[in-house]
Write a protein that binds this ligand. Structure first.
Ligand code: SF4
Length: 126
């Protein structure tokens, strides 16, 4: 079965350097990225809801993100920029390629998630 991925996590993966909300969260996120990168042709289902990354997040309160308004805004903007819709199924490699081209390469990352608490990490690297 295809893994479910929040669209904006495709951006978080780009510059991830092991920092996050807790050690448990970052260990888990590192494992998720490794699993996806090991088999990049696997399909993921893009859904604007809690996903495999959110599983170990302290901000995940019973399946709902405590910053729901903000992350939904990011999710919608990523889908729009990539020409995808909620529920799109696509290979992980293709999705990451779209994020790279249509968002990072196009220089619009900051417009989408510039108010994220981790923005400084991505800003340094893009
Ligand atoms: S629960 Fe919210 S803050 Fe935590 S990983 Fe998911 S979207 Fe991000």
């Amino acid at each position: 079965m295809s893994k479910c991925l929040r669209p904006h996590h495709g951006m978080c993966f780009q510059f991830y350097e092991g920092k996050g909300y807790s050690a448990d969260f970052t260990d888990h996120m590192g494992r998720v990225i490794k699993e996806l990168e090991t088999d990049p042709e696997q399909n993921v289902v893009l859904k604007a809801e809690t996903d495999i990354v959110c599983e170990n997040c302290p901000n995940n309160e019973g399946g709902v993100c405590t910053t729901q308004d903000k992350v939904l805004r990011y999710d919608k903007a990523v889908l729009r920029a990539c020409g995808l819709v909620d529920g799109s199924e696509i290979s992980f490699a293709k999705f990451i390629g779209l994020v790279k081209d249509k968002i990072i390469g196009a220089g619009i990352r900051g417009n989408i998630c510039g108010d994220c608490s981790w923005d400084y990490i991505c800003r340094e690297k893009e």
